[in-house]
Design a binder for this molecule. Structure first.
Ligand SMILES: [Zn+2]
Length: 232
């Protein structure tokens, strides 16, 4: 299975997951034109799109994709917030499948109505991917993980020092996004013996330093894991 980022920031998020049989999108927080241009595929070549929550940087093109005939999966709360009555409704811990991909949504923690992350297993190559973004923490351990795509949003020390952001915004960030030390502690608690890559998502423009984040994460996981940060 391949996980590839097309865009990963508060200006827009979109990711491609594919195995030899099935290609899907996770998030559609950029225009449908950009989705096609950056992925190199037409929309009809994606079997579905999974959307984690209603914020525009994740859900911008939901209605357009549905209108163009794509199955777009999200929680009831997300569909309600976007007003997307024709979305495919999914529930945390209820497995569904798209082509050769078995997908289990799980609860994440964010200032959204019913946000979800996704555990995806390919029936073609057996790979297991966990995707979680815009979440202050995570509750699950995901055994047998091969690819982890996870938010690394901000550095607490940098955030506290910042004079650019109002206190209210700082507070919101600390309650809704993943701090780098939180992530490292979480990673240390996982069995990553079968993990080959970790891709860091949604790094904050001002409150993160990419090389530091990669360094910290590398120190928290086995040496065999490749750690990269997705381009914004
Ligand atoms: Zn969000």
């Amino acid at each position: 299975m391949i996980f590839k980022s097309l865009a990963s920031s508060s200006h827009g998020n979109a990711y491609v997951v594919s195995d030899r049989d099935t290609r899907i999108l996770i998030e559609c927080g950029i225009s449908h034109k950009k989705l096609q241009k950056l992925s190199g595929f037409s929309l009809s070549e994606f079997k579905a799109c999974l959307v984690s929550h209603e914020h525009n940087d994740h859900a911008k093109s939901v209605k357009e994709l549905i209108e163009r005939g794509m199955d777009v999966y999200m929680s009831f709360g997300t569909a309600e917030a976007i007003d997307a009555p024709h979305a495919q409704i999914i529930e945390a811990m209820e497995q569904f499948n798209v082509g050769s991909l078995d997908i289990v949504p799980f609860t994440t923690f964010h200032d959204a109505k019913e946000p979800l992350g996704f555990l995806i297993k390919s029936r073609v190559d057996g790979d297991v991917l966990a995707f979680a973004t815009d979440t202050v923490n995570l509750r699950y351990k995901f055994p047998g993980l091969n690819i982890l795509a996870i938010e690394a949003n901000y550095d607490k020390a940098v955030l506290e020092r910042s004079e650019k952001l109002p206190e209210k915004t700082k507070k919101r960030i600390t309650k809704t996004h993943m701090e780098i030390e939180t992530l490292c502690d979480y990673l240390k608690s996982l069995d990553l013996s079968e993990c080959r890559e970790i891709q860091l998502l949604h790094l904050s423009d001002a409150m993160s330093r990419e090389y530091e984040f990669i360094y910290k994460v590398k120190k928290s996981v086995p040496e065999t894991v490749k750690v990269t940060a997705c381009e914004k």
